[in-house]
Design a protein around this ligand. Structure first.
Ligand code: GSH
Length: 208
């Protein structure tokens, strides 16, 4: 049985839970992080010295970093699936979106998410949020352009890239205050991934 440490409203935990759903893996999830604490206790820090969530425990194997966790799960438990394609060019292309999500998309969207979802309206820095929204919009335009002629982000099948980018797309589409431009390819792809049970169970719940 797998154990996943991390609160269910963390985008990085959500990716892992969605991946487990795609692979039909059973797991136990233990709340940790923010109001649940635990992630800075010595026992947790022994597993994950960064004190962040998620952390995966699979028997005597412990792993942190959400994108590494989903790569591991797909290689270990879904080698015959198309989730993490073995063909090097497709795998590298999918990996590119995983790296881009952590290096570029997440840091750019974070101020927006925290500003609208975790800050009261009275305390918001409106000018800062407008600047952040404009930066994030540029990134979603990149995805919109890339999706032209593609059903999914890489290859012809749903991959880890769709999970990772999909988890952030849910935030972009879920912040009611945002004025979003029309991005038809992005919207078409997003409607498709919202049909998946892993998205519905783990990513779709209200942003908190
Ligand atoms: N790059 C790491 C980031 C981990 C991370 O920053 N997690 C956040 C939640 S999304 C966290 O642990 N925040 C502190 C907390 O929840 O107390 C990953 O992808 O796993």
């Amino acid at each position: 049985m797998l154990t996943i440490w991390g609160r269910a409203n963390s985008v990085n935990v959500q990716k892992v839970l969605w991946c487990c759903d795609e692979l039909k893996l059973a797991y136990e999830r233990i709340d940790a992080g923010l109001q649940f604490g635990r992630n800075n206790e010595p026992g947790y820090l022994e597993m994950n010295p960064m004190g962040r969530v998620p952390t995966l425990v699979d028997g005597d194997f412990v792993l942190w970093e959400s994108n590494s966790i989903i790569r591991y799960l797909a290689m270990q438990y879904g080698p015959a699936t198309t989730l993490y394609p073995a063909e090097p060019k497709i795998r590298a292309s999918a990996d590119r979106w995983l790296d881009w999500a952590l290096s570029t998309l997440q840091p750019t969207e974070r101020p927006l998410f925290w500003g609208y979802i975790r800050t009261s309206a009275a305390d918001r820095d409106v000018a800062k949020l407008a600047a952040a929204a404009s930066e994030v919009e540029k990134l979603w335009r990149v995805i919109d352009t890339h999706l032209k002629g593609r059903n999914y982000l890489e290859g012809n099948s749903f991959t880890l890239a769709d999970i990772v980018i999909g988890a952030y797309a849910r935030r972009w589409f879920g912040i009611a205050e945002l004025a979003r431009p029309s991005l038809p390819e992005l919207e078409r792809w997003y409607v498709g991934i919202t049909q998946r049970t892993g998205f519905q169970h783990h990513v779709s719940p209200a942003l908190t």
